[in-house]
Design a protein around this ligand. Structure first.
Ligand code: NAD
Length: 330
């Protein structure tokens, strides 16, 4: 099987490639990645079954040639950082909308199976109180340029299934953590700040709740959907990992031998979503998926160990990321 993995040099895509190589000897992978600041060739294993093509998913000609050669496309490539989307929304429109459009058109022309990786942020947020959770029927209500462009890309996939008979599935996943995540993101930023002796920063009061899932559990679910998912269906991926941001910081501090109160508050960002929570019943009951890492604290401890052991991987991103946060006042 020949897989085209877009965004395979990013956090989740690179973990997906690694998981695929270790579990699927029958699969070879072509990674199409623009290698933006978020893409890192050092995240990809050196393996004869992996070919890296540097290119833009919005480049129609290149996309056509690569999709034509593939048995299936797994589409991770995106501009993915909310903070950046508030600073400059255009790259989000270009990659998340125009790029997805070019991929869909190529998959339609060559009748290639397509899996679209998306986020639960398309649903907006939930009240902090009450046990409501997102389901595949929750209306779209995105808050940021990031989530609105992902929402638009999801809707295009649905329309291409209905209008053109494209063989596609969609997954909307909650917040991922694990190895190879860029240090701009919440958990790796706190871990690497602590390694550097810098006090962690928390947006507002930190009551915002995220539903955390280990990246390998996300990627196992993507494989399950790719192989057994119903065409045209949307599957929500989550591992019942609801934790508020303050607790995440306090747990990281505790796991690294600090006082749990050793952190600073910074101003909350505009439109910061309150709570996300996923109801993954369809994925669990219909496709039999279960998380391998149901315990967030244990997954976090393993992730801290990974960042401690892989400073050579994250160090080159660190200074520039913190300078950018300084410019944005965060
Ligand atoms: N990180 C999360 O918690 C999370 C949760 C749910 C869904 N998702 C979705 O999963 C996917 C991957 O997220 P991630 O966290 O790995 O993102 P990431 O930012 O770490 O990686 C994105 C990758 O896409 C590449 N890319 C960007 N623009 C491109 C373009 N125009 N052409 C080709 N490649 C391009 C980048 O170079 C990078 O390698 C995204 O679609 C995101 O919306 C992420």
């Amino acid at each position: 099987m020949r897989l085209l993995v877009t965004g395979g040099a990013g956090f989740i895509g690179a973990n997906f490639v690694r998981l695929t190589l270790s579990h699927r000897p029958d699969v070879s992978v072509t990674v199409l990645d623009l290698l933006t600041y978020a893409g890192n060739t050092a995240s990809l294993p050196e393996d004869p079954r992996v070919t890296l093509v540097k290119g833009d998913i919005a480049d129609a000609e290149m996309v056509d040639a690569l999709v034509r050669e593939a048995d299936a496309v797994v589409h991770f490539a995106a501009e993915s950082h909310n903070d950046n989307s508030l600073d400059d929304p255009w790259p989000f429109v270009h990659t998340n909308l125009v790029g997805t459009f070019q991929l869909l058109e190529a998959a339609r022309r060559h009748r290639v199976r397509f899996h679209h990786v998306s986020t639960d942020e398309v649903y907006g947020d939930l009240p902090l109180e009450g046990g409501e959770r997102f389901t595949p029927d929750t209306p779209y209500n995105p808050s940021s340029p990031y989530s609105s462009t992902k929402a638009g890309s999801d809707l295009m996939v649905r329309a291409w299934v209905r209008s053109f008979g494209l063989e596609a599935t969609i997954s909307n996943c909650s917040n991922n953590y694990g190895p190879f995540q860029h240090v701009e993101k919440f958990i790796p930023r706190q871990i690497t700040n602590l390694i550097d002796g810098v006090r962690p920063k928390l947006y507002g009061a930190g009551l915002n709740v995220r539903d955390w899932i280990h990246v390998d559990d996300h990627n196992r679910a993507v494989w399950t959907i790719l192989e057994s998912g119903r065409i045209g269906e949307t599957y929500l991926i989550g591992a019942d990992g609801e934790v508020d941001n303050r607790t995440v910081i306090e747990t990281i501090l505790e796991l690294t031998g600090h006082e749990p109160t050793d952190y600073d508050h910074v101003a909350d960002r505009p439109g910061h979503d309150l709570r996300y929570a996923i109801d993954a019943t369809r994925l669990r009951e219909e496709l039999g998926w279960e998380p391998v890492y149901p315990d967030f604290r244990a997954g976090l401890a393993a992730t801290i160990d990974w960042y401690r052991a892989h400073e050579a991987w994250w160090r080159p991103q660190k200074l520039e990321t913190e300078l950018r946060y300084q410019r944005l006042g965060r």
